[in-house]
Write a protein that binds this ligand. Structure first.
Ligand SMILES: [Zn+2]
Length: 316
């Protein structure tokens, strides 16, 4: 195979197959220490495996052990000792939306991260999974065909999970980068956690779907721990009226399309830009004070990751 490649055969592939066996991983409650021994439980009937730990084990908390063949991999975490730079600096506002995965602003500049690519992948998945499920239901129980379809379904959902996790990591990295370069000490964000449950009824089915697929919980979780590295505080505030209030005159407008138009004063701006600046305004003043902050003049648009949309074709 290697010689073939060297001789210019670009189509030659290394032999491969799916892994059927994986190293068992012990973490959380499955991980117990007994002095210099590590106990890996094997269920009720069998005694736990005892592994002698080396004396020169690094300091920190043992969080995971992966049992390999004749070897064991330990994961040890340690909190950073230094508290970082004391929190002083500017404040920022972050709005998480459906058109834009996130829009962050410091009042002067803004960064918008596109969420469309991700959304279409996830919606595509829902449809493709349904198709596979339908095909599977027409097969005989225990048949090879059924097993294959089952595996295909599993593979597809894992694939999308990986894409979405990757995109969320890239997006949060970009948000954090913005916060660091603009020297933010505090980042205000809407109360996303409650958004999924409480306001569900008031949203249309379509909005619910777009809200549901974007995994705000995960996004916030990533953001939280990444911001902590730079000692930037993430503060949740109530999102109420932040998307409707006119930043210029305070009039409440119904928001239809992607641009925000004020009926009272004629102010026009990007919809999610309005949300972000109002969240910032509310965070600083405790309420939205009209006329103090307008939507940033300079908005940078970015996508979380270059996305080529090959997934649907391959798995559909
Ligand atoms: Zn207005």
């Amino acid at each position: 195979m290697r010689t073939k490649r060297q001789n210019g055969d670009k189509k030659a592939r290394y032999p491969w197959r799916f892994r059927r066996y994986f190293n068992p991983i012990f973490k959380g409650q499955a991980l117990k220490r007994d002095g210099f021994y590590l106990l890996l439980p094997l269920g009720r009937r069998r005694p736990a495996i005892r592994v002698h730990l080396p004396q020169n084990l690094p300091m920190g908390r043992l969080v995971q052990a992966e049992l390999g063949f004749g070897e064991i991999h330990l994961t040890i975490t340690r909190e950073r000792d230094e508290p970082g730079v004391p929190a002083s600096g500017n404040a920022g506002g972050l709005d998480i939306g459906s058109i834009w995965l996130g829009m962050v602003t410091d009042g002067h500049e803004a960064l918008a991260i596109a969420g469309r690519g991700l959304r279409s992948v996830k919606q595509g998945r829902a449809k493709a999974l349904a198709r596979l499920q339908k095909k599977r239901s027409r097969t005989q129980p225990g048949s090879r065909r059924r097993k294959r379809l089952h595996r295909a379904r599993h593979r597809l959902s894992q694939k999308v999970n990986q894409i979405s996790r990757n995109a969320l990591h890239h997006a949060t990295n970009q948000i954090v980068e913005f916060c660091v370069t603009h020297q933010l000490a505090v980042l205000y964000t809407g109360d996303l956690g409650t958004l999924n449950h409480k306001t569900r009824r008031r949203r249309s089915r379509r909005t619910n779907q777009t809200v549901g697929v974007l995994e705000f919980g995960r996004l916030e979780q990533y953001l939280q721990y990444k911001l902590r590295r730079y000692n930037i505080q993430l503060i949740r505030i109530s999102e109420a009226y932040t998307s409707q209030t006119c930043p210029c005159c305070g009039h409440l407008n119904k928001v239809g399309g992607r641009t925000y138009r004020c009926r009272a004063c004629g102010y026009r701006a990007h919809r999610d830009g309005v949300g972000a600046v109002n969240i910032l305004n509310k965070g600083i003043h405790g309420e939205i004070r009209p006329g103090t902050m307008l939507v940033a003049q300079r908005i940078t648009y970015r996508r979380p990751v270059p996305f080529h949309g090959t997934l649907r074709r391959r798995c559909g």
